[in-house]
Design a protein around this ligand. Sequence first.
Ligand code: G3P
Ligand code: MG
Length: 246
Amino acid sequence: MTEPALLADIIAHRGASGDAPENTLSAIVLAHKAGARCVELDASISSDGIAFIHHDDTLERCTNARGYLCAHTADELDKVKSSAGMAAYKDEPLPRLSAAVALLSELQMGLNLEIKPTPGLEAPTALAVCDVIRKQWPADLALVLSSFSKESLAVARDSLPGAARALIVCAVPDDWQHQTQLLQCRNLHMAAPLLDAQKAQAITEAGLGLYCFTVNDSDEAKKVLAMGAHGVFTDYPEKLLNAMQS
Ligand code: G3P
Ligand code: MG
């Protein structure tokens, strides 16, 4: 039986993304100021194989650039601004994974890094992520590599077996136990509205860590945690952390 890879009960989803541009260094700093001990970030790769922190395949929604992130070189992406239209963050860079890891290390925060490959780049994205983590991640801080992509998780398992992994799903598939065993995952991360008490019990009794996304309502967070989830991902860590204390 596996041990859950524990992160925190309240995890800042894409950083404190409700109040700062998502997946940026400022969103990490804001999460830290809010008292969060852990962030979730998404990673994909440039055309020359460098890992960047970004959610979408394309750059339009969150940055001042256009097209596929994976079509740009790292040097080009270093010039991109990631303000998501928020004037106070107009000079916010699109961060390399290495910069985010250096900041988390300085702030002593844990990380759930979601490997988010553009279709077709499942293996190189996982390898680029593992390379940065191998070189930079401090052993004393919590870390989980997660993905919806089973191919990326299999590559991460073989490339960096010591790093904890999580399979991400929306609804829990019938073969969740087989899949998590095959990929040697310690956690299952899933959509909060699709959790029920019976599923929570089965997953946690199997020895898996259970984390649910994306929970921005305090009462929903309390309900999900009461069902047995180990934590929730939220865009508003300050609000949920305050609610947990009341
Ligand atoms: O890692 C949990 C959650 O972030 C997965 O969905 O689309 O927000 O990356 P998404
Ligand atoms: Mg994510």
